[in-house]
Design a protein around this ligand. Sequence first.
Ligand code: CP3
Length: 359
Amino acid sequence: MCTPRRRPETLGTVTDLVDSAFLKAARGEAVPHTPVWFMRQAGRSLPEYLKVREGVAMLDACADPEMIVEITLQPVRRYGVDAAIFFSDIVLPLKAVGVDLDIVPGVGPVVAKPVETLADVEAIPDLTPEHIGFITEAVRGLVGELATVNGGTPLIGFAGAPFTVASYLVEGGPSKEHAKTKALMFSQPDVWDALMRKIAGIASAFLATQVAAGASAVQLFDSWAGALTPADYVRYVKPHSARVLAEVGELGVPRIHFGVGTSNLLAEMGDAGADIVGVDWRTPLDRAIEVVGDRGVQGNLDPTLVFAPTDVMTARAAEVIEAGRAARSHIFNLGHGVIPSTDPDQLARLTEFVQSYPV
Ligand code: CP3
């Protein structure tokens, strides 16, 4: 388990945050209440987000420190969640090093020239802090602001894991089957290895920048790892994700590792070097807890339950919290991101319910 290290430039802030419910749970310590935050808590479900984003392209918003600070703070102000998640995207570091890509509304990341060969991989520059000065500026600004919100709210930094980012680079856009990606993996192991090393290096540098600027924890999103068998995950993917988690672990922050449809991979995703394993809603939390061993879990209310009557939603949230008691620690979340048509008032009720539920 990692001990939080005090970074001189954020000393006062970090000292206060160490006692936050989120960071206590992330370190496996006893909590005053079950901490809660939501993946995609900032975004289209919030009218204040839609207003700020009016006429601004997603990747332009992600390069503007003032906008990043404002959008990241919006759900923290509104819900009083126990953690903020940095507003950016998993493909932002690729854009920052010069990969020609865009985030198309309603579609997702689209890459102009998908990766096919070793030369394509080698043409992608490594990420250096100079590429992402705006990230450092935004994180610093945020950490300063968050220090005063609800007695101090920690910031979660994040990166896309090598497999999930590789899928966008190889497919050229969102994919259901990840067939091109897996074909590359099976048929050209050298190219695959080079690609995974390249992305792992970029993810690690992206996380290091966020932590150096004051992020208190990180989440590695391997959203599409569930497309893999356990054996292929272990052989082709896990070593690269493990490298990212080990390198950021050296910086002394807790690490959350999340994927979707990963019932069969949870033990390996924990073993890759996570302090907390994120669980999607399809996997019963008690089963996840059995397989992750002495680690914390995060999750996992079905994101569609916010469309149910409040008493139905809270009854199911209570079941998640009760199941979470068997874990080393439990951070409440949805089993994947907030759906854009979600009613923010219902998320506010859910937050209050979780935070006031007896521990
Ligand atoms: O609040 C947060 O969770 C923080 C910000 C965040 C975004 N993307 C903002 C975003 C985070 C952590 C991500 C990660 C991300 N991006 C993942 C992993 C998490 C997951 O959902 O599994 C993935 C797979 C992506 C790729 C991506 N970016 C997709 C699939 C989309 C949706 C496309 C669409 O329009 O439906 C995006 C765009 C994106 N990233 C939006 C937001 C708020 C929507 C863009 C908009 O508001 O115009």
